[in-house]
Ligand binder design. Structure first.
Ligand SMILES: Cc1cc2nc3c(=O)[nH]c(=O)nc-3n(C[C@H](O)[C@H](O)[C@H](O)COP(=O)(O)OP(=O)(O)OC[C@H]3O[C@@H](n4cnc5c(N)ncnc54)[C@H](O)[C@@H]3O)c2cc1C
Length: 391
């Protein structure tokens, strides 16, 4: 098989890249190790920045998002038993976030690619990448037990944090910058109508908690836990007790309780590689960076990377320009580091750090008081949360 761009991974990065390339008249093939059903049911992120929403709508994959997505003009911060609202839309000239689950984004993109005759090979095994510094890199893999090879002009490594593309870059080319946090999130999905129309970030001496939702019937909740937390120790009753202890406010607000339909622990890390390119391999999304989920940026960063990459590839095929491909890494990293800073800052402000003392607690409370009372501070938060402009 031969194609212009071989894409490893059918997550948001790989699927959106393939979609944008198709609109630009560039051919691609996506190779994915999981089944279609698996990727369409995988529960992960759910908060879309304004730029992600606009891009989906402008490129024709936003119809269901427009109908079913929950637009939030504001976001709440709760501390000292009281909730404070930041009106993002008013502070940013109408920009907002939209709650629309990642698996729905994935479903819409898979559907769009297949309807347009796009080529996605699911359930590939033993995928490896070769000849990355040549003009004809190759992807070898097994499908239904048969060895296959895809020769391409470029490879896009969109295979997530644990993928094979990043480790295939020769040693010494890439520098990794990393911070691992001394806590994690225990997350649940619950069949309970959200008791707040907007997200509520809670700082509490017992630890951070987040109230979020995925639909008008399903609540998504998180609480700070230890990185090696044993889920067996967290029967549903205990999860609800702890969530309510952290989130209940003086005015009586608390999350609505309902049957838990999913439960898991997510680690917290900041990770960036530089550069995001080697020869004809371009890394995008979680393959190149991870943000702690506090800022709700992972999926959005994946989309902004592939937008830059698709424009560079379009320029290459339409006018033979290689300069945009050479600038891919630097262009993406400018935005990535700002988003890393924001995600680290939100994480540092809202979590209880093991070993932290009363000084840290008072400093965090002062910061929360500041960001919910100063218009300048609220504006800075709002423009980052609703999403910095795409490069
Ligand atoms: C468990 C988990 C929970 C998360 N929860 C949240 C959240 O609550 N809020 C939030 O904002 N963000 C969350 N994130 C982050 C967000 O979901 C990611 O940033 C986003 O999925 C990045 O998209 P991506 O396409 O770069 O990578 P992925 O979505 O990881 O896609 C990579 C794809 O590559 C495939 N793949 C991997 N290896 C191979 C291989 N060798 N061969 C072929 N295919 C391969 C994978 O199956 C996958 O489909 C979460 C991430 C994880 C992992």
């Amino acid at each position: 098989m031969r194609t212009q761009v071989g894409i490893v991974g059918a997550g948001p990065a790989g699927l959106m890249l393939s979609h944008l390339l198709h609109l630009a008249g560039v051919e691609s093939v996506i190779l994915e190790c999981r089944s279609r059903q698996y990727i369409e049911e995988r529960v992960r992120a759910g908060v879309l920045e304004q730029g992600t929403v606009d891009l989906m709508i402008e490129t024709g994959v936003g119809e269901r998002l427009r109908r079913e997505g929950l637009r939030h003009d504001g976001v709440w911060f709760s501390f000292g038993g009281r909730r404070h609202r930041i009106n993002m839309a008013e502070l940013t000239g109408g920009r907002a976030i939209t709650v629309y689950a990642q698996q729905e984004v994935v479903k819409d993109l898979v559907e769009a690619r297949l309807t347009a005759g796009g080529h996605i090979v699911f359930e590939v095994d033993e995928l490896t990448v070769h000849d990355l510094d040549s003009k004809l890199p190759k992807i070898r893999y097994h499908k239904d037990g048969e060895a296959e090879e895809l020769a391409c002009d470029f490879i896009a490594g969109c295979d997530g944090f644990h993928g094979v593309c990043r480790p295939s870059v020769p040693e010494g080319v890439i520098t990794a910058y990393e911070r691992v946090y001394p806590f994690a999130w225990l997350g649940i999905l619950a069949e309970a109508a959200p008791s707040s129309e907007e997200l509520v970030y809670t700082y509490h001496p017992r630890g951070f908690a987040l109230f979020s939702m995925r639909s008008p019937q399903v609540t998504r909740l998180y609480l700070q836990c230890t990185p090696d937390e044993d889920l067996m120790q967290w029967p549903d009753d205990r999860v609800w007790e702890e969530l309510c202890a952290r989130m209940r406010t003086e005015d009586g607000w608390a999350p609505a309780v309902g049957p838990v339909i999913q439960k898991g622990v997510t680690g917290m890390r900041s990770f960036v590689i530089e550069p995001m390119q080697y020869g004809r391999l371009f890394l995008a999304g979680d393959a190149a960076h991870i943000v702690p989920p506090t800022g709700a940026k992972g999926l959005n960063l994946a989309v902004s990377d592939v937008r830059v990459l698709s424009q560079a590839l379009e320029a290459f095929y339409k006018s033979g320009r290689g300069d945009l491909l050479d600038q891919y890494s630097a262009k993406c990293l400018r935005r990535i580091w700002k988003v890393q800073r924001f995600s680290w800052w939100m994480t540092s402000m809202l979590h209880v750090f093991p070993g932290g003392d009363a000084f840290d607690q008072r400093r965090q409370l002062a910061e929360l008081d500041y960001i919910t009372s100063s218009r300048a501070a609220m504006t800075a938060l709002a423009e980052n949360y609703a999403g910095l402009p795409l490069e």
